[in-house]
Design a protein around this ligand. Structure first.
Ligand code: A2P
Length: 416
């Protein structure tokens, strides 16, 4: 005799389209390629997601951490998820079905796609948790539905007028509205206007370039490093909606801001911690924030070393070139790498790191070293390879150090 058909219940992993800032972090992090996107939403393939949780903590907004109990046969397809403006309510039939199962069956049914206890450090490339001594950040204080209005108090071009790279330093002031941030966090900007199909634009995410106590110390303001986008990823002419908006804002303009975001790419706060920072172009924003915080704090007894590798096309296209080269050598050890200086061979950050292998090796050997990589996507492989080569040259077993760095919140990657 046939028994009743088994009720298969799934705890389906979903992304909240109202909070998601479309930063691609989850798609990059997912070890099984369960996450994809279209021009509207980031979505999770129910049949692929194994609930490994690798994507949860890197998500800067927490929009990734949403679950609905559904009958497996009725799991939301990615086509449905693409059309959503908000998450569906919990389907009561599925949760009732789950409740009606005997406990052992319910546990088993729920465990399909359920979380594992921890994140397997072998499946991720960087840390999914912050340094142990990082300040506790606030996230998602302001959302798409309730943004905060900031006032532009400065907009300066950072790159040479004659260069193609148009990078701006933009200062936003929050007046009397609380907007607490720490170095390494980002904010979302809501550009005005609508898309071709009449929808409001999604927020665009920018790293904060100033320390927690303000672009100007003691002020409720922060700065961003924004490059005007004039090409799409295929190299075709295309104006970036938000970067062009921001590069053209004037003093006194009102800007809608959401966030802050990010709870892992944060700096350590113990004074003897060392920072090894590697960046290209606008990836310098969080490095500037951390460096400036350390500079302000230096008087108060911080002894950790700062080492920076910074890549740009030319000296004129390196944001913050002037202030950077003026920082005292006993405060920060900076090596610049230029790829398009006329008459000079192409040089990338990873080449500069290899040239300084002995000093980088010394930092790698120290348990108080925290590594930050921010900038072009392409640099990530090159930098990780350089770290491996340098470690091995210094007699350090990279695979085991890499695991330790990831597990201990000491290797932070943010590339785009
Ligand atoms: P390139 O001259 O080859 O483009 P951008 O100005 O486009 O933001 O780039 C910043 C710097 O990063 C440039 O010097 C650029 O060199 C360099 N770069 C490009 N690809 C890589 C890579 N794979 N690894 C490291 N640096 C890179």
């Amino acid at each position: 005799m046939n028994g009743p058909a088994p009720i298969e219940v799934l705890k389906q992993h979903l992304i909240d389209p109202e909070i998601c800032i479309r930063c691609n972090t989850c798609e990059e992090t997912c070890p099984v390629d369960a996450i994809t996107h279209d021009s509207n939403n980031y979505v999770v393939k129910a049949e692929v997601c194994n609930g490994c949780m690798a994507c949860i903590s890197p998500c800067p907004t927490g929009s990734i951490d949403n679950w609905r109990t559904v009958l497996k046969s009725q799991a939301y397809s990615i086509e449905e998820q693409f059309t959503w403006d908000e998450l569906p309510a919990q389907n009561t039939t599925a949760s009732a079905a789950l409740e009606s199962l005997p406990q052992a069956d319910a546990d088993e049914a729920e465990s399909t796609g359920e979380t594992s206890d921890g994140i397997d450090v072998d499946t991720v490339r960087g840390s999914t948790l912050p340094p142990w001594s990082a300040a506790k950040p606030y996230v998602n204080l302001y959302t798409h539905k309730l943004p905060v209005v900031a006032t532009v108090v400065g907009n300066y071009r950072l790159t040479g007028e004659a260069t193609e790279s148009d990078i701006h330093h933009i200062v936003l002031d929050f007046g009397t509205t609380p907007f607490p941030v720490v170095e390494g966090q980002s904010i979302g900007i809501l550009p005005p206007g609508t898309t071709k199909d009449g929808k409001t634009h999604h927020a665009r995410q920018y790293s904060i370039a100033s320390p927690r106590d303000g672009e100007r110390e003691g002020y409720n303001n922060l700065s961003l490093t924004v490059k005007r986008v004039t090409q799409d990823y295929r190299g075709n002419e295309a104006d970036g909606v938000c970067s062009n908006y921001l590069c053209d804002v004037k003093k006194g303009d009102a800007v809608n801001v959401i966030g802050p975001f990010g709870s892992t790419f944060l700096m350590p706060n113990h004074p003897n911690s060392h920072l090894l920072m590697i960046c290209t172009g606008t990836g310098s924003a969080p490095m500037r924030a951390m460096t400036e915080y350390r500079r302000r704090r230096r008087m108060k007894g911080a002894t950790g070393k700062l080492m920076l590798f910074f890549g740009a096309r030319t000296k004129e296209e390196l944001p913050y070139f002037g202030p950077l080269v003026n920082l005292p050598k006993d405060f920060i050890d900076t090596t610049l790498a230029f790829s398009r200086t006329v008459g000079q061979p192409k040089r990338y950050v990873q080449d500069a790191m290899r040239e300084r292998a002995a000093d980088v090796g010394q930092m790698l050997r120290d348990d108080n070293t925290f590594i930050y990589v921010c900038g072009l996507k392409g640099m990530e492989d090159g930098v990780l390879q350089a770290l491996r080569d340098i470690a091995e040259q210094n007699g350090i077993e990279w695979d085991s150090l890499w695991r330790t760095l990831k597990r201990d919140g000491r290797l932070h990657l943010e590339t785009y």
